[in-house]
Design a protein around this ligand. Sequence first.
Ligand SMILES: O=C(O)c1ccccc1NCC(=O)[C@H](O)[C@H](O)COP(=O)(O)O
Length: 221
Amino acid sequence: MSLMVKICGLREQMAVEQAVNAGARYLGFIFYPPSVRALRPDEAATLMADIPDNVGKVGVFVDPSDREIETVLALCPLDVIQLHGRETPDRVAQVALRSGLQVMKAIQVETADDLGALSAHVAAADMILFDAKAPRDGAAVPGGNGLAFDWQLLQNLTIDKPWFLAGGLNKENLALAVELVDPPGVDVSSGVERWPGAKDPAKLDAFLAEARRLADLHKAS
Ligand SMILES: O=C(O)c1ccccc1NCC(=O)[C@H](O)[C@H](O)COP(=O)(O)O
């Protein structure tokens, strides 16, 4: 098993370099102004300048207009557009067609009902990311909240596209999450931070080392 790791919400050059060197497969940059992790396109372009081709650059959007996406793409060489709002499968397909890029659709999960539209999203998107629902607080943003959902809801999931488990992951709970869900990829933001928006070098390294350890364990078994 190789476990893909996506580190999300990067804002600092050092953290970008560290995540690349420690084996992250995807790096996420937030283009949603209400988030503390949001970047302007020019700031993100600077951070992306030296990312090698084997590491995917993911732009995270929430119910974006075509114009918002085009403004980012004019400066940022994204590989993947992550849609983290209430986008329908039709909108996901439209974004993929217009941008020519891969699209990752985030599905926010609290109960089994939240998986009702999964097959339509799988058909429309190139990748799926399962995350926890945001707290029911008007000020909450839809991701990066450090909250886990009931991972058992994803047990025995078979989907024929790459997918990621996200939401409240950290070095301590990664082994249990991987054992229960066996995801092809995992995504983390808060669990590798000192505070929202500031990645912690020690936590980043520890998370990526744990992901490698789990992948090696799986290979050996
Ligand atoms: O991270 C944000 O600030 C954010 C804001 C709005 C939409 C999505 C956002 N993050 C998307 C991600 O992919 C996060 O990594 C994912 O929600 C998991 O976050 P965490 O629970 O903090 O590890």
